[in-house]
Design a protein around this ligand. Structure first.
Ligand code: PLP
Length: 225
């Protein structure tokens, strides 16, 4: 299928839940983003600062850019002037840096805290216990320009659906608990970013509000992140 037909089928799949599609365009040329844009897609995800900045420069300015990969602190300054959401905030230091650069740019940058749920896929992210401890300590309240809007996770890359379901269900209950404990009055704490090309239907069934889909829309990448 072409980009437009893939997008249309994804939008349809998302309709019952009202979740948002982040079209992951990393490694694909700006032309491919332009094609998806022409079909009506507005939210795109990239996972390196260099590639994100290069595409930002040449593509329409009403694109809503999400940074979905592991972000090094020294790269925050390059994307802070325009990035809408950073999905994978995995350390307190990174949150502070995003706050600092957001403040410099007179902006509030939406952030998701990454939770490490997969068996082997990534070493990044807070454990559930670390996250509870971090939020309870409250230091994040001094970083208002990095606005915590929810959680993000990458499930184990496995054909074992039971495993993946359990991970997504665990994320949903962690999200609900943290919402009650720390964000009951914060309307912006509402995002649960989980689900990729291979597992987004399961993620939607467990309450994902943002799915990050790349290869299904744009085809296979030459290399993976
Ligand atoms: C690349 C990437 C995706 C998209 O993966 P696909 O399998 O191509 O859909 C989603 N999330 C993150 C964090 C990624 O790095």
């Amino acid at each position: 299928m072409d980009i437009k037909s893939e997008l249309e089928s994804l939008w349809q799949a998302l309709q019952p839940s009202g979740a948002t599609l982040v079209a992951v365009s990393k490694t694909h040329p700006a032309d491919a983003v332009a094609e998806a844009y022409a079909a009506g897609q507005r939210v795109f995800g990239e996972s390196t600062a260099q590639e994100l900045c290069a595409k930002y420069e040449i593509l329409p300015k009403d694109i809503i850019w999400h940074f979905i990969g592991h972000l090094q602190r020294n790269k925050v300054k390059y994307i802070a002037p325009f990035v809408h959401m950073v999905h994978a905030v995995d350390t307190p230091k990174l949150l502070r840096e995003i706050h600092k650069e957001g403040e410099k740019n007179g902006r509030q940058i939406d952030c998701l805290l990454q939770v490490h749920i997969a068996l082997e896929e990534t070493k990044y992210g807070f454990s559930a216990a670390e996250l509870r401890e971090y939020l309870a300590a409250g230091e994040w309240r001094q970083a208002p320009n990095a606005r915590i809007c929810g959680l993000m996770a990458i499930a184990t890359n496995t054909p074992d659906e039971t495993r993946v379901q359990a991970e997504f269900a665990g994320m949903k209950s962690l999200f609900d608990a943290l919402k009650t404990e720390h964000f009951a009055d914060a309307d912006h704490f509402k995002e649960l970013s989980m689900g990729m090309s291979a597992d987004f239907p399961l993620a939607l069934a467990h309450g994902a509000t943002l799915i990050r889909v790349g290869s299904r829309i744009f085809g296979h990448r030459d290399y993976s992140e």
